[in-house]
Design a protein around this ligand. Structure first.
Ligand code: PLP
Length: 283
């Protein structure tokens, strides 16, 4: 498996994380995951724009241009020969003697890797998945795509142990998002999702769905808070995310969503998402 450190190709097996990389010691950094379909990086510009926002919020200097970052993605695709996969990118504040406050002078460190991933929809995407409602135990800046993912990791594990694909998080009665995906319900033909604020990550897939796919399909989306009782009374539910794409949810907390089958609005949006990928990635 190959990767890049500060733009230079490396073999991932040879790579050693410096003991005092702040990403390693504090989770002091940000990341992005981008899907590669047919040799093209899907929605790369949107991912790079969000990366810059995350860096700004953490006051980590942006030392690479959009053109350079795009080039690194293309280089990894070319060198690996991977046509269908995922690129992982992270930028940490850099390497400095361990102390909580920012070091005076430190150069941010960029690491990237690519791995193959099938573009053939799995059972969850085709037949729908199970989710578990869990408490949202994360910090209050979930809008930053930071390396601090313990809340997400523990939440996903809880869901996994209950035989579920995703944990859908609940904060103060209101449903926020999945542990690695955004969450939506459909009620009376209207799609509901948590508003964009500090409590959720503004997913690239979520934005494409709200701004492009739903309007083109004539589906109304509202960004409004809703509680768990609303979820239990929903007609349909689904997740969105870069690797999750649009995954229908047919069981939440052990009970069927609506009639227990993948809902028509979910399927329509899912097919529109795949059609968009086909167009953008020349499939
Ligand atoms: N919410 C969380 C917490 C995530 O980790 C992710 C993606 O990893 C998403 C939402 C979906 O974001 P995107 O569509 O940009 O992948």
């Amino acid at each position: 498996p190959i990767g890049l450190i500060d733009g230079k190709l490396i073999d991932l097996s040879e790579n050693i994380v410096p003991m005092e990389d702040r990403g390693h010691q504090f989770g002091d950094g940000v990341y992005e995951v981008t899907r590669v379909y047919n040799g093209y990086c899907f929605a790369l510009k949107q991912h790079i724009d969000r990366l810059y926002r995350s860096l700004r919020e953490l006051k980590i200097p942006a030392v690479y241009t959009t053109e350079e970052l795009t080039g690194f993605h293309e280089l990894l695709i070319k060198e690996s020969g991977i046509t269908d996969g995922a690129v992982y990118l992270q930028i940490t504040r850099g390497v400095a003697p361990r102390a909580h406050g920012f070091p005076d002078s430190v150069v941010p460190r960029l690491t990237m890797s690519i791995r193959p991933m099938s573009s053939v929809p799995d059972k969850n995407k085709l037949e729908g998945a199970k989710a578990l409602l869990i408490p949202d135990e994360r910090w209050l800046r979930c809008d930053i795509k930071s390396l601090n993912l313990l809340g997400n990791v523990l939440g996903k594990q809880k869901a996994k142990e209950a035989g579920c694909f995703e944990g859908v998080q609940v904060r103060d009665e209101y449903v926020t998002e999945g542990t690695s995906s955004n969450f939506f319900v459909v009620k009376d033909d209207v799609v509901w999702t948590h508003p964009d604020c500090n409590l959720i990550l503004k997913g690239v897939t979520r934005t494409l769905l709200i701004e492009k796919l739903a309007p083109a399909a004539g589906v109304l989306v509202v960004e409004k808070k809703f509680n768990t009782a609303f979820v239990k009374a929903a007609d349909e539910a689904f997740l969105s995310g870069t690797t999750t794409e649009i995954t229908p949810l047919v069981i939440i907390d052990g009970k069927p969503v609506g009639n227990g089958a993948v809902g028509p609005i979910t399927r329509k949006l899912q097919e529109a998402y795949w059609a968009l990928i086909d167009r953008e990635c020349n499939r």
